[in-house]
Design a binder for this molecule. Structure first.
Ligand code: BV8
Length: 233
């Protein structure tokens, strides 16, 4: 892949599936076990905060028990060796990219290992349960919520993401169904800005039409292959 200097990689739940983290829409996925509007909206949190805190406490616990897989490790290698721009934009709230060693990571939908105070808006690295309403270390109020972006809320650092898309020569999407916006619109943005676009996914996603190339298979196999293709040739 000649004259590629600046890369944006978008990842979704599919990249963490082989680590044992449930995806959302696949059979037996999170959205089969819980109603989105109950656990991933501000209205759901207002209606039943305990249900929502329990949902995210369980996911925070589950992430602690799993490890990064070969796809996370391959992206960490790319991050360490790629001299050009690289931004790994993840929709995932787990910390597997960072535990694999990747540094240039942006969590556009937030993180399980962070708590947000709805009163003073401070953010705190957080690994304990939020059920039982611990007080905010900043303002002391019992107003902590999971630091994740719920439906209807603005994703984080959109300006940094669009700036990277504007500079990108290559946009790669890994393990995402392309069902949730604005992330699902990035491929068209990147394409219209002249970048080459590549999809690596178990099956074609909803936006597959917009990719120059789409490779189907497991991320644990496709991502190491792609990374060595771009670093070693
Ligand atoms: C917003 C955090 C205003 C919490 C999440 C335009 C059109 C229509 C609707 C909208 C629109 N614009 C906005 C909306 C509304 C809404 C939306 O998109 N609704 C959808 C359902 C239609 N969007 C919002 O509300 C967003 N906010 O728009 O604010 C705005 C507008 C413009 C610009 C700025 C702001 C906020 C959305 C964020 C919600 N929070 N997560 C939590 O995690 O609990 S979304 C959550 O679901 C994830 O973060 C992720 O984004 C999404 C799940 O998708 P995937 O990660 O792709 O997972 P999925 O299970 O679907 O697919 C897995 C894929 O992996 C599959 O394709 C499978 O084949 C593949 N796979 C499986 N195993 C493997 C694999 N691939 C490779 N290897 C494997 N082993």
């Amino acid at each position: 892949m000649t004259n590629i200097r600046n890369i944006v990689v978008l990842t979704g739940a599919g990249i963490s599936a082989e680590s044992g983290i449930d995806t959302f829409r696949d059979a037996g996925g999170l959205w089969e076990q819980h109603r989105v509007e109950d656990v991933a909206t501000p209205e759901g949190f207002a209606r039943d905060p305990e249900l929502v805190q329990r949902f995210y406490d369980a996911r925070r616990e589950a992430v602690r028990k799993v490890s990064p897989n070969a796809a996370h490790e391959a992206l960490a290698r790319l991050d360490a060796e790629w001299e050009g721009d690289l931004l790994i934009v993840t929709q995932n709230v787990d910390d597997l990219h960072e535990r694999a060693g990747a540094k240039r990571v942006l969590h556009m939908h937030g993180e399980l290992l962070s708590a947000l105070c709805s009163r003073c808006e401070a953010r705190h690295r957080w690994s304990a349960p939020l059920l039982g309403q611990p007080s905010c270390p900043g303002c002391g109020e019992q107003a902590l919520r999971p630091d994740v972006v719920w439906f209807g809320e603005m994703p984080y650092e959109m300006d940094r993401i669009y700036a990277a898309l504007h500079r990108a020569d290559l946009f790669v999407s890994i393990g995402t169904s392309g069902a949730v916006y604005p992330a699902a619109g990035f491929v068209r943005e990147a394409r219209e800005l002249g970048a080459r676009t590549l999809e690596l996914n178990l099956e074609r996603g909803e936006g597959s039409y917009w990719f120059d190339e789409s490779r189907q298979g497991k991320a644990g196999k496709l991502v190491p292959e792609w990374v060595s293709q771009i670093l070693d040739t």
